[in-house]
Ligand binder design. Structure first.
Ligand code: MG
Length: 347
């Protein structure tokens, strides 16, 4: 990781006001975190910058993660803001090879928000927590005056026990194959179409799902997973860039191997958006030693959340920190992190 910059650099180099792009999960978010937040809070655990922090108490390793949810609309095909808030934190714990155990939930509600809709959201959360085998054991509720928040925002924080602690964004190895458990960009495109009022012949559905069961299954058949990360905000392209940077490796993905739903590609063309930059909420990128990739792929395909799993690329020695897309025609295109494109309130 780069040396921590002083907060002075933030003030000089970047905007002095927060803009939507700072929350995109892309390049601007990274700059905000590295040049403003990290200088204040820097410590070795935080500096890992994985999806959850891993620490040890009395010989037991724990993973700890938090996330806030502001998705708009709050109810969408495939889920709602509540189920999304459970899945997101469960998946961030699973990325570190942890078994998620307990969650906290914080609600910020706007005065006047419908009790009926709140009940529907809570039902979604209950179901999601049951499926993921986690318990919500503490929480908080605040209500703000009308107009000072939009309906409902939720924060979830989770803790789990780490089974295999070598799994990290810093641990991708040259020669690793990269797997994904299914189609790319479904959640982001579904929300975007709702926000834009775009009605499609084949309506899109969010892929929001808890992936700890799938991860647990994979971890029972191999010790050679080096990296896992759920490609949420910023999408597959940004997440792969984060990993290439953390592990100081090159990453190549193959266009012909990428699983997309036809309707996602179609909507992407209409809206001029590359689904590789759209959030997924039920997908995991898995970096595995080449010799075990087929075995892991088969295990994924036998799981209900991995039926369309695919091997989509490979880790290379060079160019370090960069991600390339090998197109169907055989040419290569650099895939940068998400830059400048604000897609607010996708998750
Ligand atoms: Mg994540």
């Amino acid at each position: 990781m780069q040396p921590i910059l002083s907060t002075g650099i933030w003030m000089e180099k970047f905007a002095k006001k927060i803009i939507l792009d700072h929350g995109s999960g892309g390049k601007s978010s990274k700059e905000l975190i590295e040049t403003l937040f990290l200088p204040f809070f820097d410590n070795p655990l935080l500096r890992r910058m994985d999806d959850s922090a891993v620490f040890e108490i009395n010989g037991i390793k724990f993973a700890f993660s938090t996330d806030s949810y502001t998705v708009n609309p709050i109810i969408f095909p495939g889920g709602n803001i509540g189920s999304l808030a459970i899945h997101g934190t469960v998946n961030d714990l699973a990325t570190q090879g942890a078994k998620p155990l307990y969650l906290s939930v914080g609600f910020i509600l706007e005065e006047g928000f419908s009790g009926e809709i709140l009940k529907e959201i809570l039902e979604g959360m209950k179901k999601a927590a049951e499926e993921a085998h986690v318990l919500i054991i503490t929480g908080d509720t605040k209500v703000v005056p009308r107009g000072q928040a939009d309906k409902i925002f939720i924060n979830t924080t989770g803790i789990g026990v780490v089974k295999k602690s070598h799994i990290s964004g810093h641990n991708a190895q040259v020669g690793d194959l990269i797997l994904i458990n299914g189609s790319i960009g479904d959640h982001g495109m579904c929300i975007l179409c709702l926000q834009e009022g775009l009605s499609l012949e084949m309506p899109l559905k969010s892929d929001t799902a808890p992936l700890n069961g799938l991860v647990e299954k994979i971890l029972t058949i191999t010790d050679n997973i080096h990296t896992m990360r759920d490609p949420t905000r910023g999408g597959v392209a940004t997440t792969l860039n984060e990993i290439a940077y953390q592990s100081q490796v090159g990453i190549e993905i193959w266009e012909e191997a990428l699983p997309f739903k036809k309707e996602v590609l179609g909507a992407g063309e209409l809206l001029g958006i590359d689904p590789l930059y759209l959030a997924n909420e039920g997908k995991m990128l898995i970096f595995i030693e080449k010799k075990e990739a087929d075995k892991v792929l088969e295990t994924m395909r036998n799981h209900s959340y991995g039926k369309e799993a695919a091997i989509i690329g490979e880790v290379k020695a060079e160019p370090k920190g960069k991600v390339w897309l090998k197109t169907r025609l055989g040419s290569k295109r650099l895939l940068d992190m998400l830059v400048g494109e604000a897609l607010p309130r996708i998750c």
